[in-house]
Design a protein around this ligand. Structure first.
Ligand code: ADP
Length: 218
């Protein structure tokens, strides 16, 4: 499970980790954006909440996550959980859901707030496949996604007001999870400043260190 402030590179690193370990990437943000795209009544409500930078209710999120975790690919060799849990209540519900056991490791990607603010303001995403770009590293052709040809835009919740609200909620609701997982001996902190490849290598190294220690103790 990967934790980190908005704009810490959580999504990008989770996609890479899921390729590295060949396990599914389960992202609540992507699932919610899928609901928005479907245009369903639920999607319309979800969009309103997301665009304002608020969090969706724990029950809705956990229902979605429980359903996804019950699918065969998630049960086979594990998964990378991205964007959930975001509150202590969600963390308790995830542990209950995976009982017996729990998530193996919570990785906290640490990036100073001044830097995530800069990254978020410059972030651009593909509306179709969700690939990430930035103003400094745009797609090759005219804001058209290099991966799928979709339109590359600024996320509605990457506008200034919503960013401020999301970071406020992160400090209040999500940051306490660092303590939560630390106390349970499930946390590893990784320096998130640097090129994506460098940060990925740090996460993999930290994960492998943990696995070796488990190997000795389990
Ligand atoms: P970011 O980490 O950049 O905010 P995400 O894609 O993880 O991006 O989430 C986008 C939005 O989706 C959040 O601001 C929130 O509104 C909603 N969301 C995603 N995951 C959760 C969750 N676990 N609990 C509540 N709301 C969530």
């Amino acid at each position: 499970m990967v934790l980190g402030k908005q704009g810490a590179g959580k999504g990008t690193q989770c996609v890479r980790l899921s390729h590295h370990y060949v396990v599914p990437h389960i992202s609540t943000g992507d699932m919610l954006r899928g609901a928005v795209k479907s245009g369903s009544d639920l999607g319309v409500k979800v969009k309103e909440v997301m665009d304002s930078g608020e969090l969706l209710g724990d029950d809705l999120i956990m229902e979605m996550v429980a359903e996804r975790l019950a699918e065969p690919d998630a049960r086979a060799r594990g998964f990378i959980l991205d964007g959930c849990p975001r509150t202590t209540h969600q963390a308790e519900m995830v542990a209950a859901l995976l009982n017996p056991g729990d998530i193996d490791l919570a990785v906290d990607i640490e990036v100073p707030t001044s830097q995530v603010l800069r990254r978020l303001a410059a972030r651009r995403v593909c509306v179709d496949c969700g690939a990430n770009y930035s103003v400094a590293a745009p797609p090759r052709v005219n804001w058209t996604c290099d991966v799928c040809g979709g339109e590359v835009v600024q996320r509605d919740d990457d506008k200034e007001e919503a960013i401020r609200r999301r970071l406020e909620l992160y400090e209040r609701q999500t940051a306490p999870l660092i303590d939560f997982y630390e106390k349970r001996g499930q946390l590893t902190k990784v320096n998130g400043v640097g090129a994506p490849d460098t940060v990925l290598r740090r996460i993999i190294r930290a994960t492998e260190d943990r696995r070796q220690r488990w190997g000795r103790h389990r």
